[in-house]
Ligand binder design. Structure first.
Ligand code: GLN
Length: 454
């Protein structure tokens, strides 16, 4: 089978289902087909090939792609064609993947359902009345619907793992610093990570391999060795010590979700691992901490969208200040405005110490909870989300309920450690996710445990 066949297959499937699923915002069809031909020619003439040679991939629309429209699902970037590639996109070129298109998301990655996209809804391929999760809802739905075998998402508080869980696919948030953020449109810079969404753990390890590593363009990328993630996929978990936080199986977590986690633990026990209940006592502060910090960082990061440098500009400005204010008022959606206001307030003088600084301190305590547990255990296991995918429209009126969806994924971003969601049974025909959390830069052990279920 040729690369052109693979790429054809991808567009054929998109033509069949994407009108319903709505995963893609922009297709890269002409370029992708031309590049596929090039790769097919290379098959004849070369004897060395990229790690993911010819593999179709979809890219979340907050990762910049040169010449290929990148909107962050925001009206404010409706006409933005980047003049450079994100580092991960360059790395994908090295790996010789074929970019099929850009994927829908919550505007600027703020949301848990894709209902905050400025353009359209993405639907859950398992049940079109339900959300695919978010903010990388397009990335998870496209893989689940068979439109692409690989996609990239970004995860600030759960945006890879939660949609992966809702759509029954595999999604990993790498350790903070494992993958370059250069060219990822910043939401909350101290939390954001790009990561792979795939159908299998093995595919996931391949894609992480391709995008990992230190980058001189991102000072927060870490200069640590990139191990061979594939060699971790042994299926051997004998002697492994698993911690199960009691806070992750407590109030608000659906019975079927709890049961599926307990079943998974039984499987691992059967393979020679052991587990014990532990406590992450500061978990209850994670949600408040996250929304203070992420909104503060977002309010600073999003100040660059001023209607002058790029993106949308209002037609109705009378003077410069008016131009800024009108462009932002017309270009940003409601959730983005809510976060900017929250963040601006938290950072304002007189409140900074009470909110932002306090939240930083609590973040340190949350991170310490994880450090303490990881002194004795190899991985932490729990559900990815408290419930399976909810109905479109069910939570839009109530931001706090929507925010609570990420209660089990957010602490992982605050601590900076890696976490994966893998499919783990179903409830009423909807997929459930198992979350496996590892030590800093120990994605290998996370993959090893995840692979034991395949
Ligand atoms: N749902 C969370 C939020 O709205 C997380 C988003 C993300 O990880 N990008 O902030």
């Amino acid at each position: 089978i040729s690369v052109s066949d693979l790429v054809n297959e991808s567009y054929k499937r998109i033509n069949e289902v994407d009108e319903k699923v709505g995963a893609f915002l922009t297709l890269n069809e002409e370029n992708a087909r031309a590049y596929a031909k090039e790769l097919d020619d290379a098959l004849e003439t070369r004897d060395e090939f990229g790690l993911l040679f010819g593999m179709p991939i979809g890219i979340k629309d907050n990762i910049v792609t040169r010449g290929l429209r990148t909107t962050c699902a925001s009206k404010i970037l409706e006409n933005f064609d980047p003049i450079y590639d994100a580092t991960v996109v360059e790395q994908l070129k090295q790996a010789e993947t074929v970019t099929i298109g850009k994927l829908n998301m919550d505007e600027f990655a703020m949301g848990s359902s894709n209902e905050n996209s400025g353009y359209k809804l993405t639907k859950n391929p398992w049940d079109l009345e339900r959300v695919p999760g978010g903010s990388s809802g397009g990335s998870a739905a496209a893989v689940a619907a068979g439109e692409v075998p690989f996609s990239l998402g970004s995860d600030t508080g759960g945006s890879i793992r939660q949609p992966a869980s809702f759509c029954g696919v595999v999604g990993l948030k790498p350790t903070y610093g494992r993958v370059s953020r250069f060219g990822l449109v910043a939401f909350a810079s101290s939390l954001d990570q790009i990561g792979p969404i795939t159908r299998t753990v093995e595919d996931n390890a391949f894609l992480l391999q391709a995008i990992s590593g230190v980058d001189e363009m991102d000072s927060t990328s870490a200069n640590v060795d990139v191990p061979d993630f594939l060699s971790a996929l042994t299926g051997d978990v004998k002697g492994l010590k698993i911690a199960v936080p009691k806070e992750y199986l407590g109030e608000g977590v659906n019975e079927e979700v709890k049961q599926s986690v307990l079943n998974a633990l039984k499987v691992l026990e059967g393979l020679g691992a052991t587990w014990e209940e532990v406590s992450l006592p500061h978990s209850k502060y994670a949600l408040a901490t996250y929304y203070l910090l992420s909104s503060s960082e977002a309010s600073a990061n999003l100040s660059r969208f001023d209607g002058v440098r790029y993106g949308y500009r209002t037609d109705n400005a009378e003077n410069l200040l008016d131009l800024y204010m009108q462009s932002r008022a017309e270009g940003f959606g409601n959730e983005v405005k809510r976060r900017i206001m929250l963040g601006t307030f938290a950072l304002s003088s007189g409140y900074y110490d009470a909110y932002y600084k306090k939240a930083q301190k609590v973040r340190t305590l949350i991170k310490k909870d994880f450090d303490d547990v990881f002194e004795k255990y190899d991985v932490i296991i729990g559900p990815t989300t408290p419930t399976p995918a909810f109905k479109i429209g069910e939570n839009v009126k109530d931001p706090l309920t929507m925010y609570a969806n990420d209660i089990l994924t957010i602490p992982v971003n605050l601590a900076g450690v890696p976490g994966i969601s893998i499919p783990c049974g179903q409830a009423n025909g909807l997929p459930l996710g198992l979350q496996i959390i590892g030590k800093h830069f120990d994605e290998s052990t996370v993959y090893r445990v995840a692979h034991a279920f395949e």
